[in-house]
Design a binder for this molecule. Structure first.
Ligand code: AP5
Length: 218
């Protein structure tokens, strides 16, 4: 199965990607995570991406498309993948369509997570990430037992630079200007399915899997 997850910053894409991908035994591929790993390793790509991410802008298409092109041909993605955070512009969507056509395949479904603005702001401002294992916590909705310490590995938790209020505002503007047009783009291709992404993480995973089951051949 080849799935794209789309939704506003903080809609819960990364959280859901893990569970949905595990259910279908496909790799979750997050362009945001790939950039953050490169920033942590201080690679050239990381340095280039950081300039854009820190101010809430998109990394240029030519950089991002190349990364996805290389990633989806890896062995673990040959039979399917779940893309989280890509595509984010119509140009990226067109490039993805072209890449998949060259591989003789196509997308099965684009799943949109819909959450109201107030909820996503609460989710983003309380998000904390483990510096060692990358696990994502929330200070209110999913707190670790000891504040600032990861329950899974004991690593230190940090707040993403782009989760500061000023940058969150810009990420939303960018989402509405550049990413929301994908909703119409994929509706026209009859690939879009939307679910409400409020409630518990487990409830949303169940809703997502129900929507995917209805959208894909068994
Ligand atoms: P990216 O990492 O993709 O960020 P995003 O799309 O803004 O999404 P987030 O990671 O902020 O949120 P999410 O929806 O994954 O929510 P999460 O599950 O963490 O991209 C970051 C940057 O990289 C971009 O701004 C851009 O610069 C660059 N970039 C990436 N891809 C690019 C591309 N294709 N092109 C160009 N540039 C690109 O959840 C948020 C919080 O809520 C967590 O704390 C979680 O625990 C909590 N939570 C989740 N679900 C629930 C729930 N049901 N109830 C309560 N709390 C919940």
């Amino acid at each position: 199965m080849r799935v794209v997850l789309v939704g506003a910053p903080g809609a819960g894409k990364g959280t859901q990607a893990k569970y949905i991908a595990a259910h279908y035994n496909i790799p979750p591929i997050s362009t945001g995570d790939i950039f953050r790993a490169n920033i942590a390793e201080r690679t050239q790509l990381g340095k280039a991406a950081k300039r854009y991410m820190d101010v809430g802008e998109l990394v240029p298409d030519e950089v991002t498309i190349g990364i996805v092109r290389d990633r989806i041909v890896k062995d673990d993605a040959v039979h399917g993948f779940l893309l989280d955070g890509f595509p984010r512009t119509v140009a990226q969507a067109e490039a993805l369509g072209q890449m998949l056509a060259e591989l003789g395949t196509g997308l099965d479904v684009v799943l949109e997570l819909q959450v109201d603005d107030e909820e996503v702001i609460r989710r983003l401002s309380g998000r904390r990430t483990c510096r060692s294992c990358g696990h994502v916590w929330h200070v209110e909705f999913d707190p670790p037992a000891i504040e600032g310490v990861c329950d899974q590995c004991g690593g230190a938790l940090f707040q993403r630079d782009d989760d500061l209020p000023e940058t969150i505002r810009r990420r939303f503007e960018v989402y509405f200007e550049q990413t929301e047009p994908l909703i119409g783009y994929y509706t026209d291709k009859n690939l879009l399915r939307s679910i409400t992404a409020d409630g518990s993480v487990e409830q949303i995973t169940e809703r997502a899997i129900d929507a995917l089951e209805l959208s894909t051949p068994s």
